[in-house]
Design a binder for this molecule. Sequence first.
Ligand SMILES: [Ca+2]
Ligand SMILES: [Ca+2]
Length: 239
Amino acid sequence: MTKLVVLVGAMLLASAGAATADQTGSSVMFKLVGSAESIEDGIRLTSDFGQLGAAWSTNRVSVGDGFDLTFRFRIYDLRFGGADGFAVVIQNEERQILSGGGGTFGYLGVPSVAIEFDTWMNLASDGGFGPLGDPDDNHISVHTNGQAGNGPDESFSIGATSSIPNLSDGNVHLARISYRPGELTIFLDDLSSPVLAVALDLGSTLVLAPGGKGWVGMVGATGGAAQTQDILEPEVDFD
Ligand SMILES: [Ca+2]
Ligand SMILES: [Ca+2]
């Protein structure tokens, strides 16, 4: 397994359009778009109302054979109940996409696999997102519509759990998204036991680029309710 450490410095340089290399000589560059900004120990996706921000890998990365994305996050300074959460998104459609916002995060209409860390319960009638609303205001849900446009509608969920700690309690939580062809597992705080496992084959679900490549990003949004959402110390290991 080749270890690629996604350095905060790399993201800063990536924002300026420059390249950098990690300790193994392989480079991963992230570009911050929308409201996302670099902070001392990571990325601040949102900090105010009505924001949409993302950190996208500048280049396509090899996800098809398997990868682990490990990061910490903290969600705090909740205003009007706090919203909306963030999603880790894998797609091979467009660089640094920001599509949607609020309860749709930033992957609305994009063929993708999105792992939502959702802290706001969108009702079925909320914004016309579809016939089915969120199960609650604290869930992890994996959404895909294959090669058609994805969205937050629960009909696109291929697995979800609400049996998780409070995502927006202000504490730093540890998360790992682990993909091996055939299965996606998600760990929260406890890396020995996943909170969610879903059957997934990225290569047949999405149209990846040669080498099983696609863009990986973390997209966060707020709306009429807001919260500060930080992604800390992200690290990627590719098979
Ligand atoms: Ca939601
Ligand atoms: Ca959701």
